[in-house]
Design a protein around this ligand. Structure first.
Ligand code: FE
Length: 215
């Protein structure tokens, strides 16, 4: 399995393939992806499935099912300080306690946005992503443009997502690996004081938990 393990890449870190990476791809994951693609081609070719319908289903898993799990984790952290402490110390265990675990969620580290630090997650070399809490990675997360640019010019990329950070806020870019997946704990927005956990979960977005949105 993968051997890469490196910490956060700060703004300006020149991330290339020259820093000793041997970011092994998970053969299980790759084999599954190829099989899925083969199956998709067959069922579409036979007219059994409309590719648009398939896209709609994928979209649903990307935006709805998976990220709803993560939103519950974040909402709990916003409303339960003890849970939040646990989540930041041992993300995997705290997340497991809510029933979210499984493949690509074996080691999840949760990183907290503050007044002074904004975190954003990437996998520079492939598409590592915490499936149990976020579902399937969106296409942009896997795109070479995002993977290279968010490291070199995170503020510009975040602006393109509509997120304009004050210049006083530091941006930290975290490079996911097969060993560690990151989940961003966004700041609880002003005006949400009266909301309970289910209401809060509804305002938490997938992009907020990747770091390309504020919430
Ligand atoms: Fe990856």
């Amino acid at each position: 399995m993968a051997k890469k393990s490196h910490g956060p890449n700060k703004h300006g870190h020149d991330h290339g393939n020259d820093d000793g990476h041997d970011h092994a791809h998970d053969p299980l994951e790759e084999g599954a992806a190829l099989r899925v693609r083969a199956l998709e081609e067959i069922v579409v070719a036979k007219g059994l499935v409309d590719p648009d319908a398939l896209d709609a289903i994928v979209e649903y898993y990307e935006r709805e099912t998976g990220p709803r799990n993560g939103a519950q984790v974040i909402a709990r952290a916003w409303t339960d300080p003890d849970f939040k402490d646990w989540l930041l110390k041992d993300g995997t265990a705290a997340i497991n306690s809510l029933g979210f675990s499984g493949y690509q969620g074996e080691h999840i580290r949760v990183i907290e946005n503050t007044d002074t630090v904004h975190n954003v997650v990437v996998c520079t070399l492939c598409s590592c992503y915490p499936w149990p809490v976020l579902g399937l990675a969106p296409a942009w997360y896997k795109s070479p443009a995002y993977r290279s640019r968010v490291v070199r010019e995170p503020r510009v990329v975040l602006q393109e997502f509509g997120l304009n950070l004050a210049s006083s806020v530091k941006v930290r870019v975290w490079d996911s690996t097969a060993e560690v997946r990151y989940l961003v704990l966004p700041r609880r927005p002003p005006g949400s004081e009266g909301m309970d956990a289910p209401e809060l979960a509804n305002i938490i977005t997938r992009n907020g938990m990747i770091g390309t949105a504020s919430v």
